[in-house]
Design a protein around this ligand. Structure first.
Ligand code: PLP
Length: 430
């Protein structure tokens, strides 16, 4: 069992949960599967170098421990009078408080458990006031690009200030309710977006802002209140909690007024000739038996990262990503994808192309010969990757061009990074 407490008592109010002091500077926790061995060409077994965290991160040990600890008393949530049911309900609600504190949400913000980020953005899309226009950059992941009924799409901005200027101009031209949607850290380049400035601009035009934090929260602290964000969405499985839960956090009013996301038990106060739906966003949008273990896992990941402290996590990640980027940059024919240049701050994600090889060929060689797991393709961000490849490689009109993405996090090692660099170098020199 983890030394991190997943449940002690359930605070009556979120504010109390936020006031609970969290010990800092614990050692960086381990991930499950750190000793996984995989077969490579010739039948040898080698230690797996997982460099695919941006797709889905391995499970943190404290997360696994929290789930294991919750299982013996596992029971129904919000329904049973039995002790186990009350305990499980309390754990589920405590998870909500933990997530609220983790993102620095306002005390009255809704915290709705979803399946993942995609589910969270779609939930918000269904709750937008009638006639809402969404402003979204072409750089977004499809989860944040596609759910909107009425949207204005903005071209990839040439520099961060241009993103703010373009959002400003677009929002100024829209009447009625408006929502700016932006990803905090790109899943393609890892680059950080100026979300505070974008929030400021959105609010100046009476708009709200949704931040897709799927790739930010595993790598950096996020404070919704300090940044003045209206909504954030992220996934447990990218945050070392691969148990099928995600979350939407943010202002209650649109969520309280929106059509219940799922219609069924739990979302209703009473059903007779008329159906009386809950006004509170959490029960209103969480009909059916929720993913309790997913929520407990997600909260345990939040606790574990907070207890470790962001300084240590960021320092180690920056050391490894700098090594990876400079290693790749030293290989002729390797080109890193970047929107805003080499020096722009980013999280532990690097996408690149290798001259003379398709991304699929590179990924297959890395896996089959070196035991390295990376992603290849357009990373569910087709317009953005097309834009980047179009610039980097003189066009990709055939629609087949794609890139290789290496991404790191807790459990990544210098050996993994060096192995990738040397494998790519070997490939180029063949
Ligand atoms: C920035 C970003 N947003 C949203 C998503 C979608 O996350 P999920 O597949 O968990 O819904 C991803 C996944 O890659 C992502 O990187």
């Amino acid at each position: 069992m983890s030394t991190l407490t997943i449940f002690s008592s359930v605070p009556a109010r979120a504010a109390e949960a936020e006031a609970v002091p969290v010990a800092t500077s614990r050692p960086i926790p381990a991930v499950l599967g750190a000793d996984l061995e995989v077969p490579v060409k010739g039948g040898r077994l080698v230690g797996y170098a997982n460099l695919d965290y941006a797709a889905s991160a391995p499970c943190l040990e404290p997360v696994s421990a929290a789930v294991t600890a919750a299982l013996p008393a596992y029971s129904s949530v919000h329904r049973g009078a039995g002790y186990a049911s009350q305990l499980t309900t309390a754990r589920y609600e405590q998870a909500r408080h933990t997530v609220r504190a983790f993102v620095g949400a306002r005390p009255d913000d809704a915290v709705i458990f979803t399946r993942n980020t995609t589910d969270a953005t779609n939930l918000l899309a269904r709750c937008l006031p009638a006639g809402t226009t969404t402003v979204v950059f072409d750089t977004e992941h499809h989860a944040s690009l596609l759910p909107w009924e009425k949207s204005v799409r903005l071209a990839p901005p040439a520099f961060p200030g241009e993103a703010v200027r373009a959002a400003d101009a677009a929002l100024a031209g829209i009447d009625g309710p408006k929502l700016l949607v932006v990803t905090a850290a790109s899943n393609v380049t890892g680059e950080l977006w100026p979300i505070a400035a974008l929030a400021h601009v959105a609010h100046r035009h009476g708009a709200r802002i949704l931040v897709d934090a799927a790739q930010l929260v595993p790598h950096r602290r996020l404070n919704l209140t300090a940044l003045d964000l209206d909504y954030v969405a992220f996934s447990g499985h990218k945050l070392y909690a691969p148990f099928g839960a995600g979350v939407l956090v943010g202002r209650r009013d649109w969520l309280a007024d929106g059509e219940p996301y799922l219609k069924g038990g739990g979302a209703v106060r009473s059903v007779g000739d008329d159906t009386e739906w809950h006004d509170d966003p959490e029960p209103r949008h969480e009909a059916g038996t929720p993913n309790v273990l997913g929520a407990i896992a997600l909260a345990a990941a939040c606790d574990a990262l907070t207890a470790t402290g962001w300084t240590a996590l960021v320092r180690e990640e920056e050391r490894l990503i700098a090594r990876l980027r400079s290693g790749l940059a030293s290989i002729e024919g390797v080109r890193e994808l970047s929107l805003w240049g080499d020096d722009h701050p980013r999280v532990g994600i690097v996408s690149f192309t290798v001259a003379g090889y398709s991304a699929r060929e590179v990924a297959e060689v890395l896996s089959g010969e070196y035991g390295i797991g990376v992603r290849d393709g357009k990373f569910c961000a087709h317009p953005f990757v097309r834009h980047l490849l179009g610039e980097a490689d003189g066009g990709c009109e055939d629609g087949t061009a794609s890139a290789v993405r290496a991404s790191i996090g807790i459990g990544s090692t210098q050996e993994h990074v060096d192995r990738l660099v040397e494998a790519v170098r070997d490939l180029v020199n063949r």
